[in-house]
Design a protein around this ligand. Structure first.
Ligand code: MN
Ligand code: MN
Length: 318
């Protein structure tokens, strides 16, 4: 349950959405037993190739999420009543050691999934999605992946001399067999590419691509309906790079690309996925230092709320 807003103001603790923190032991390790959904921050942006700052998003999104109310007007459900939702704190990682960072994220997301809870993660840059997908696929098997982004994120290590950065997580997910055949859905891609090969990786894999132009032509509800029917009963991992959203609506990101989704389209897209079996979600690339008027962090909080509603709906249908 959410705590009343007045009490939140009184004590000034800032968990996501005024939910309780998971109980932490003396070593600072949270216990996820009994939770249905766990909100987590991953303050890591060591995979960023452009402007940094996504590491600070968990604190800012927590703060603005506190005044998001609980009842979902469209779905007619309060995810905080339908589920036991906790704040699992942040996953602390050494920012100078990417491999150790991936191992720690993998372990923590694995503990959430093994407890039977849905992890909802605020990054961090997009490189954190790979260990998240690894952990989810280990628990649930190959995933249906809904990847919302301006970019394909299937780059190689050629450009930067390292195969792990925020432009490569989807390539690794494909190569490691984490995504089920015919169950990759990419939405929002646009803008200049490094070359024609940039979009070949997911196309060769059989991924379904809905560019920003396709969003314009078909609308997000039509796209979501196709994703829902193709995903079927598969475990769905939703990885939302906030740069899918137009910089006019979400300026707080390190790699902005003009011509993206509006806030309304982004929220409607996630909302229209109702019915899928959501097993995990992240929102990445939110960079508060580049934000204006808290547009991006507020949108991220509302996208997390839409994700919580998806999880609650699926649980209530079981
Ligand atoms: Mn991106
Ligand atoms: Mn990305």
């Amino acid at each position: 349950m959410q705590e009343p807003a007045f009490r939140y103001v009184r004590h000034a603790h800032t968990p996501f959405f005024r939910v309780p923190y998971a109980p932490f032991d003396d070593d600072g390790v949270p216990d996820f037993t009994g939770a249905d959904a766990v909100l987590l921050g991953v303050p890591y942006d060591g995979g960023t190739t452009g402007k940094r700052g996504a590491a600070m998003a968990p604190w800012e999104v927590r703060r603005v999420s506190a005044f998001v109310q609980g009842f979902h007007a469209t779905h007619r459900i309060d995810p905080f009543v339908a589920m036991h939702v906790v704040d699992g704190g942040n996953i602390p990682t050494p920012p100078f050691d990417a491999a150790t960072t991936r191992a720690i994220i993998d372990g923590e997301i694995g503990r959430v999934a093994e407890a039977g809870a849905v992890p909802l993660v605020i990054g961090g840059d997009h490189s954190i999605a790979l260990p998240t997908a690894r952990a989810l696929a280990r628990v649930y098997g190959p995933l249906a992946v809904v990847h919302i982004d301006a970019h394909f994120d299937t780059s190689t290590g050629d450009l930067w001399g390292d195969d792990h950065h925020h432009g490569t997580p989807l390539r690794h997910m494909i190569d490691e067999g984490l995504i089920a055949p015919k169950k990759l859905f990419q939405v929002g891609m646009r803008g200049p590419l490094g070359g024609p090969e940039d979009r070949a990786k997911s196309g060769d894999f059989g991924g379904r691509l809905f560019t920003a132009d396709a969003v314009d032509e078909r609308g997000v509800r039509g796209i979501a309906a196709e994703i829902r029917s193709q995903a079927g009963d598969a475990p769905v991992y939703l990885t939302f790079d906030v740069d899918a959203v137009d910089p006019a609506f979400a300026p707080g990101t390190g790699t902005p690309v003009p011509g993206g989704l509006s806030s309304r389209e982004s929220l409607a897209l996630v909302r229209a996925l109702a019915g899928v079996r959501l097993v995990g979600m992240d929102i990445v690339e939110v960079s508060p230092a580049h934000d204006h008027a808290e547009l991006t962090v507020t949108l991220a909080a509302h996208l997390l709320f839409e994700g919580l509603a998806l999880a609650a709906l699926h649980r209530s249908e079981r």
